[in-house]
Design a protein around this ligand. Structure first.
Ligand code: FAD
Length: 812
C-alpha cells in the first residue's frame, strides 16, 4: 500500500526528471531536508529517460559555462557519494567547421573559452583524424577540442541525484501527480494531489514539457513548447571503433556518439516539428513518437557522408521523443514574477541533462537565500513577457528554435519566425524609409536603414556585414549632424501617489527628490549592492514619476518596483509602456532643428541637461526631455501613442529632416561614449562603484543597497569596468573576448562595437588587477594590453573615461 503523504513540507518539488531530482539534491545539501518531490509517474518517465546523455561545457556566457563546468564536476563524483553508477565518461568532444563562418565562430569560441577558464584546443584536419580516425575531413576547415566534455546515462544520473537527496532526508513519491496549486495571501501555499493537500512554503515547477500546464494551475506564464527530437542508433559496427570523443558537425545539424560499439547519431534539423499542440497528455510516459525517415533524410545522408562506417553498419533504432523548447533557446529559472514562492526550472532546450547539476545548485541557493547567487539574467524567467505564452507564437518559434541550437551563432542573428508581435505606430513609416528590423522583447526595432523604398537584407558575418556602411553613416550623422531613433520599445512605468517621492527615494540609489521638470539617472540596487536595473526617472509633477528602462527589462523592473515600493505607503505603479511613443532626436543640430520647428526655447538656460519642457510638434503636444544615451546633444520626445505618426510626419516633412538611425548606431555610439548597458556590462552581481557609476549613488539619504556600497567604498578597486579601443582598425569586437596584459588574461569585454568616430573597434571590459591592487589611471594607461580576437592578439588601449568626448562636453 502506498505510504501516506505528509500534510506539509517546506518545499514541494514537482517532477522527477534530472532537473527536479537535482533541485531536491541541492536543497538537501544546503541543509533543507523538509523537501517532498512528487512525480506523476516514475522517476525519469518524462524526457530524461531517452536523452542522448551528452554533457558539454562551453556555453554562451561566463556564468552559464561556470554552471556547466560545475555539472561535470558533480557528475564525476556522484557515484562515489551515492553508490549509484551513472555511466559518466569524460572522453571530450570535437566540433567541426565546414564553412568559413563556422570556422570564424569556432576560433572566436576558442578565445572566449579562455575568459571562462575552459580548456580548448583548435585542431587541423590531421589532429582531428588522430582523435577520430573514421571521420571524413574532405570539406573540413578545422575543429575545436573540448577535453573536459563528457557523457552520462541520464536515467542513472537521475537515480543517483534522487538517492543522494533521499540519503539526506528528502522524501520522493512516485505515481503522485500534482493536480492543483494553492495560493494564500498572494503567495504559494501548497499543492493538491489525489491523496490530499500538502501545505508548502515553496513549490518548484520542474515538470519539463508539462511545465506550462503546471504553471497554469497557479496562473503563472511558463513559455515553452514541446518538439519532436530525434536520434538513430546503428547496428554493431563490424570493427568496434574504441572509445571516441563525441563528434559534432553543426553545419550539417548532427552529432555522433560512440556507445558500446555502436554509433548514436542525433539531429538538430533546421525545420523542427512542434508537438503537443493541444497540451501534453497527462498519461504520456516513456513516450516514443513515430519514426519519420523523410524528415531526417538530409541529416542521415550527412551522417553517412561524414562517417561512412555509419552507412556500412545500418540503423538498428530510430528514436523520436519530445523535449521542450523556449522562445529564445534558454531555459527558464527562478521565482516567477506572478506568484512569490513559486519557482521554476524547466524548458531545457535539449541540454537538460548537462544543465541539471548547475541549474539545481543555483535554484537551491536562490530558494535558501532569497536571491540568485550570481547573475542568472540569461535564464531568469523574468526576462519573459506574458505574450510569449501565446500558443501560436510558441508553436511557430519552436519550428526554428530547435535547429538554431546547431545553427550559426552569428552576431546580431535575428529569428525568422514569430515576428511582428509588437510594433511601434511608426513601423510602416520606418519600413518605407528602408529599415532593417531586429527584434527585442517582441518589439520590431530598426537596427539599421538601407536605401529608402527598399527592404534591406539583414546579412550576417563575424566580419563586416553588408549593412556595415549604412551603420557607419548613421553613426557619423549622429556625431556630426542629426538623427532620429524610434525608441518606443522603452519600458515605462508610472509611479504615482502622495508618497511616490518618499517611496522612490527608498529604492533609488540617486536622489529623485527633484523639482517637476527634472529627470534623474539612477540605479535600483539590491541589498548586496548589486545593480538590479538602471533607469531614468522623470518627475512629471509632485505626485507622478515616469520610470523608463530598457525594453528587455520590462517584466523584471515592473516586478522590482511592485515588490519594493512599500505597501504601507500611498503609491502605486502602473506599466504604461504602450501609452507613449519615444523619438530620440540626437546630434549637434538637434537644438536648432527643434527650436525652428516648434518655436520652443531650448537654450541651456531654458532647458539644461536632464530637464524637460513641453513643446508643440505640428498638432501634437510632446514632452521633450534633454537626455542622451549616445553622447551627443539631444532630446527624447515622448508622444501620446496615437499622435506619434502625426508628430513624426511633421518632423520628417522638413527639408532639413533628421536621418533615421537604428539600434546598431545607437549601440556603437553609446559604447564609444562608455554608457553601460544593463544585462551586458552591468548586472545584479556588479557593484556600482567598480562599474564607474558612483555618480549615481547618493551619500546623503538611505536606500536599498546603500550599506553594501558603503562597505566597499574605501576598499581599493582592484576590479573595474573600463573603456577599451583596439589599435588595429580592422578586427571587430562583440563580447567576451579576453583582455590580456602581457600574456596574462586580466578580464573580458562585455559589449564591443565598431567605433566609427574613433576609427576602431571599441568595447567596455571588466578587468582585474593581477596583483589585487587598485586599478587607477596609471594602470590602465600603460602599454601592453591586448585583446584576443579569434585566436589572434590585437594591441589595445584602455581608459577609465570614454575614448570619445572624455569630458562629455558635447552632451552638456
Ligand atoms: C532525443 C533527445 C536527446 C537528448 N539528448 C540530450 C543530451 O545529449 N544532453 C542533454 O543535456 N539533454 C538532452 N536531451 C534533453 C533532456 O532530455 C531534457 O532537457 C531533460 O531530460 C529535461 O529534464 P527535466 O527534469 O526538466 O524534464 P523531465 O525529464 O521531463 O521531467 C519532468 C517530470 O515531471 C513530471 N511531471 C509532469 N507533470 C507533473 C505533475 N503535474 N505532477 C508531478 N509530476 C509531474 C513528469 O512525469 C516528468 O517525469 C535530449 C532530449 C531528447 C528528446
Amino acid at each position: 500500500m502506498a505510504q501516506a503523504l505528509p500534510g506539509s513540507s517546506q518545499v514541494v518539488v514537482i517532477g522527477g526528471g534530472a532537473v527536479g531530482c537535482s533541485v531536491a539534491y541541492h536543497l538537501a545539501h544546503r541543509g533543507w531536508t523538509d523537501v517532498l518531490l512528487l512525480e506523476r509517474d516514475q522517476l525519469t518517465s518524462g524526457t530524461t529517460w531517452h536523452a542522448a546523455g551528452l554533457v558539454g561545457q562551453l556555453r554562451a556566457t561566463p556564468n552559464m559555462t561556470r554552471l556547466a563546468q560545475y555539472g561535470t564536476e558533480l557528475y564525476r563524483q556522484l557515484e562515489e557519494e551515492t553508490g549509484q553508477p551513472t555511466g559518466f565518461l569524460q572522453r571530450g568532444s570535437i566540433m567541426l567547421a565546414t564553412t568559413e563562418g563556422r570556422w570564424d565562430e569556432i576560433r572566436r569560441a576558442h578565445s572566449t573559452a579562455k575568459c571562462f577558464g575552459l580548456e580548448t584546443e583548435l585542431l587541423d584536419t590531421d589532429a582531428i583524424l588522430e582523435r577520430w580516425p573514421l571521420v571524413n575531413t574532405e570539406d573540413v576547415y578545422g575543429g575545436i577540442w573540448l577535453p573536459k566534455d563528457g557523457q552520462i546515462n541520464p536515467a542513472d544520473l537521475t537515480q543517483a541525484l534522487a538517492r543522494g537527496a533521499r540519503n539526506l532526508g528528502v522524501t520522493v513519491r512516485e505515481h503522485t501527480p500534482v493536480r492543483g496549486i494553492r495560493v494564500r495571501d498572494g503567495r504559494v501555499a501548497g499543492v493538491e494531489t489525489d491523496a490530499g493537500t500538502i501545505d508548502a512554503e515553496y513549490v518548484v515547477n520542474c515538470a519539463g514539457m508539462w511545465g506550462r500546464q503546471v504553471g497554469k494551475l497557479a496562473g503563472v506564464d511558463i513559455p515553452l513548447h514541446a518538439a519532436e527530437h530525434f536520434y538513430v542508433v546503428t547496428e554493431n559496427l563490424p570493427e568496434p571503433p574504441g572509445s571516441l570523443p563525441v563528434l559534432r558537425d553543426p553545419d550539417h545539424a548532427i552529432y555522433i556518439k560512440e556507445d558500446a560499439g555502436k554509433f548514436l547519431v542525433g539531429m538538430f534539423e533546421p525545420v523542427a516539428k512542434p508537438w503537443g499542440m493541444g497540451g501534453i497528455p497527462d498519461d504520456s510516459s516513456f513516450t516514443q513518437l513515430p519514426e519519420d525517415w523523410d524528415h531526417l533524410a538530409p541529416q542521415l545522408e550527412a551522417a553517412v557522408e561524414r562517417v561512412p562506417a555509419i552507412g556500412e553498419a545500418g540503423i538498428q533504432l530510430f528514436f523520436n521523443g519530445p523535449e521542450s523548447f523556449t522562445p529564445d533557446d534558454r531555459y527558464l529559472l527562478g521565482e516567477t514574477p506572478e506568484l512569490p514562492g513559486f519557482f521554476v526550472a524547466c524548458g531545457f532546450n535539449s541540454v537538460g541533462v548537462q544543465s541539471a547539476g548547475g541549474a539545481g545548485r543555483v535554484l537551491a541557493d536562490w530558494i535558501v537565500h532569497g536571491h540568485p547567487p550570481m547573475d542568472l539574467g540569461d535564464v531568469d524567467i523574468r526576462r519573459m513577457l506574458p505574450f510569449q505564452t501565446n500558443s501560436n507564437y510558441l508553436h511557430d518559434r519552436t519550428v526554428e528554435g530547435l535547429g538554431l541550437l546547431y545553427g550559426m551563432h552569428w552576431p546580431y542573428r535575428q529569428y525568422d519566425t514569430a515576428r511582428n508581435v509588437r510594433r511601434s505606430p511608426l513601423h510602416e513609416r520606418l519600413a518605407a524609409l528602408g529599415a532593417g528590423f531586429g527584434e527585442a522583447a517582441g518589439w520590431e526595432r530598426p537596427d539599421f536603414f538601407g536605401e529608402p523604398g527598399t527592404t534591406p537584407e539583414y546579412d550576417y558575418s563575424f566580419r563586416r556585414p553588408g549593412w556595415f556602411e549604412h551603420h557607419a553613416a548613421e553613426h557619423r550623422a549622429a556625431r556630426e549632424d542629426l538623427v532620429v531613433f524610434d525608441q518606443s520599445a522603452f519600458a515605462k512605468f508610472l509611479v504615482q501617489g502622495p508618497d511616490a517621492e518618499q517611496a522612490l527615494q527608498g529604492i533609488c540609489s540617486n536622489n529623485v527628490n527633484v523639482a517637476p521638470g527634472r529627470a534623474v539617472y539612477t540605479l535600483l540596487l539590491n541589498e548586496r549592492g548589486g545593480i538590479e536595473s538602471d533607469v531614468t526617472i522623470t518627475r512629471l509633477d509632485d505626485e507622478r514619476f515616469l520610470v523608463v528602462s530598457p525594453a528587455t527589462a520590462q517584466r523584471r523592473d515592473y516586478q522590482w518596483l511592485r515588490t519594493h515600493l512599500p505597501r504601507d505607503q500611498r503609491v502605486v505603479v502602473t506599466d504604461v509602456t504602450s501609452a507613449e511613443t519615444v523619438l530620440g532626436l540626437m546630434g549637434p543640430r538637434s537644438r536648432d532643428f527643434l527650436q525652428s520647428l516648434t518655436g520652443a526655447d531650448l537654450s541651456d538656460e531654458a532647458c539644461p541637461f536632464g530637464h524637460w519642457v513641453e513643446l508643440e510638434l505640428g498638432y501634437v503636444r510632446a514632452r521633450a526631455l534633454r537626455m542622451t544615451y549616445v553622447g551627443e546633444l539631444g532630446w527624447e520626445l515622448y508622444l501620446p501613442t496615437e499622435q506619434a505618426v502625426s508628430a513624426f510626419d511633421t518632423l520628417m516633412a522638413r527639408d532639413d529632416a533628421p536621418k533615421p538611425a537604428g539600434f546598431h548606431a545607437l549601440h556603437s555610439l553609446r559604447t564609444e561614449s562608455a554608457y553601460r548597458h544593463w544585462g551586458h556590462d552591468i548586472t545584479d552581481e556588479d557593484n556600482p562603484l567598480a562599474a564607474g557609476l558612483g555618480f549615481a549613488v547618493a551619500k546623503d539619504k538611505d536606500f536599498i543597497g546603500r550599506a553594501a556600497v558603503d562597505a566597499v567604498r574605501e576598499q581599493p578597486r582592484s576590479k573595474r569596468l573600463v573603456s577599451l579601443r583596439l589599435e588595429d582598425p580592422e578586427p571587430l569586437l562583440y563580447h567576451d573576448e579576453p583582455v590580456l596584459l602581457g600574456n596574462e588574461i586580466i578580464g573580458r569585454t562585455t559589449s564591443g562595437r565598431y567605433g566609427h568616430s574613433v576609427g576602431a573597434a571599441v568595447a567596455l571590459a571588466w578587468i582585474e588587477h593581477p596583483d589585487g591592487h587598485a586599478i587607477d589611471k596609471g594602470f590602465v594607461e600603460q602599454d601592453g594590453f591586448r585583446v584576443e580576437v579569434a585566436g589572434e592578439p590585437v594591441n589595445a588601449r584602455l581608459s577609465l573615461r570614454p575614448f570619445y568626448d572624455p569630458e562629455r562636453k558635447r552632451v552638456k
